[in-house]
Design a protein around this ligand. Structure first.
Ligand code: A3P
Length: 298
C-alpha cells in the first residue's frame, strides 16, 4: 500500500480520486438504523464487522462479503444502494463522519486495541501487501507509527478524540469494545453488543457466533464463503487482515527498550485520558496489555 495525503490525513493510495470520494462520502445519506464500526486501522474491524452482521441478521452463517466493501472511506457508492440497516466501517474521527450519521445518531461501535498490537499488525500489513513499495524494518515502522506517519495518522490522537466525543456527548450511542476483552470473553462481549444494538438474539446463537468467528475458524470460513483465496494480493500467500489474531504477538517484536519508550510516550500522551493500558498503569502486570477504563454505555 502506498499512502496519499489529503488535507493532512493519510489515506490508502488505492482509493481513486480521494477529494471527490471524500465529498461523496460527506453527502452519504445514512439511515437511522445503520450501524457504524469505528476503529483505528488494525484494531479488529474485520472481526467485529462479521460479528455485528451476524447479530443483525440473527444468523450463525458467515457472510459472503468482504468487510472492506463497507468501509465509508473506501467507497460509499458500494453501500448506498443496499437496504438498511447497513453495517458500515470507518477509520475517521467522529467529526469527519458524514453529517447524516451524526444527525441521525446512528449507533456507533468504537473498537479499541492495544496500540502495540496495532503497530505490529500494521507493520505486517505494509510489508506483505504486494503493491507496497515499503521495505523498511520493524524499528523504522514503529518510528513512523509513533510519529503518526501511517495510514489514518496518529493512534494517540485518534483514541483521544474518540474519548472526548464519548465524554462530551454521553447521550450519543457509542459503545466501546476492546479487542482484548472480546478475545478473552467473546460471548459476554457479543451479548453486550447485542444489548447495545437493541437486538433480540438468543444466547445459543450468540454462543455459536462467538465460536464461528474465532480466529482459527474465521479465515477458513471466510475463504469458503467468498469462494476464492484471500491471499492473492499479499506476498507469500499470507493475508494480514486475518494474520495471527492474538493479543500478545507484539511481545515478539518489541525489544525491552522499545517497550519502555513506548510506555513512556503512552504515559505522557495519555495522561489526561481515562483509557489506560493495564501494563502501564500497573507495571509488572502480566496481562497482555489489555486496556481498562470506566465503561461507557454498558
Ligand atoms: P494481527 O495482524 O495481529 O493478526 P482490522 O480488521 O481492523 O484490519 O484488524 C486486523 C487484525 O485483526 C489482524 O491482527 C487480524 O489477524 C485480526 N483478526 C481478524 N479476524 C480476527 C478474529 N476473528 N479474531 C481475532 N482477531 C482477528
Amino acid at each position: 500500500i502506498t499512502i496519499k495525503e489529503y488535507e493532512g490525513r493519510y489515506f490508502p493510495a488505492s482509493i481513486p480520486d480521494i477529494p471527490s470520494q471524500w465529498k461523496c462520502m460527506q453527502s452519504f445519506d445514512a439511515d437511522d438504523n445503520d450501524i457504524i464500526i469505528c476503529s483505528y486501522p488494525k484494531s479488529g474491524f474485520h472481526w467485529i464487522w462479521e460479528v455485528v452482521t451476524m447479530l443483525v441478521n440473527n444468523t450463525t452463517s458467515i457472510s459472503k462479503d468482504l468487510p472492506a466493501k463497507y468501509n465509508l472511506e473506501a467507497g460509499v457508492r458500494n453501500v448506498e444502494q443496499l437496504p438498511p440497516p447497513r453495517v458500515l466501517g470507518s477509520h475517521l474521527y467522529y467529526e469527519q463522519l458524514p453529517a447524516s450519521i451524526r444527525l441521525k445518531k446512528c449507533k456507533i461501535i468504537n473498537v479499541i486495541r492495544d496500540p502495540r498490537a496495532v503497530a505490529v499488525s500494521g507493520f505486517h500489513f505494509f510489508t506483505k501487501i504486494k503493491e507496497s513499495k515499503w521495505t523498511g524494518s520493524w524499528a523504522g515502522y514503529l518510528n513512523l507509527f509513533l510519529n503518526g506517519k501511517v495510514l489514518f495518522n496518529d493512534w494517540f490522537q485518534h483514541t483521544q478524540l474518540w474519548e472526548r466525543v464519548r465524554q462530551n456527548n454521553p447521550d450519543n450511542p457509542i459503545h466501546v469494545l476492546f479487542y482484548e476483552d472480546a478475545k478473552k470473553n467473546p460471548f459476554y462481549e457479543f451479548k453486550r453488543l447485542a444489548r447495545f444494538l437493541q437486538l433480540d438474539v438468543k444466547d445459543s446463537i450468540i454462543r455459536t457466533i462467538a465460536e464461528k468467528t474465532k480466529f482459527s475458524h474465521m479465515r477458513i470460513s471466510k475463504e469458503a464463503a467468498i469462494g476464492h483465496r484471500l491471499g492473492n494480493v499479499f506476498a507469500g500467500n499470507t493475508y494480514p487482515l486475518y494474520r495471527k489474531g492474538i493479543e500478545d504477538d507484539w511481545k515478539s517484536y518489541f525489544t525491552l527498550q522499545q517497550n519502555a519508550e513506548f510506555e513512556q510516550i503512552y504515559k505522557e500522551r495519555m495522561q489526561y485520558n481515562k483509557l489506560q493500558l493495564k501494563s502501564v498503569v500497573n507495571p509488572g502486570n502480566t496481562d497482555t496489555g489489555c486496556v481498562e477504563e470506566t465503561r461507557y454505555g454498558s
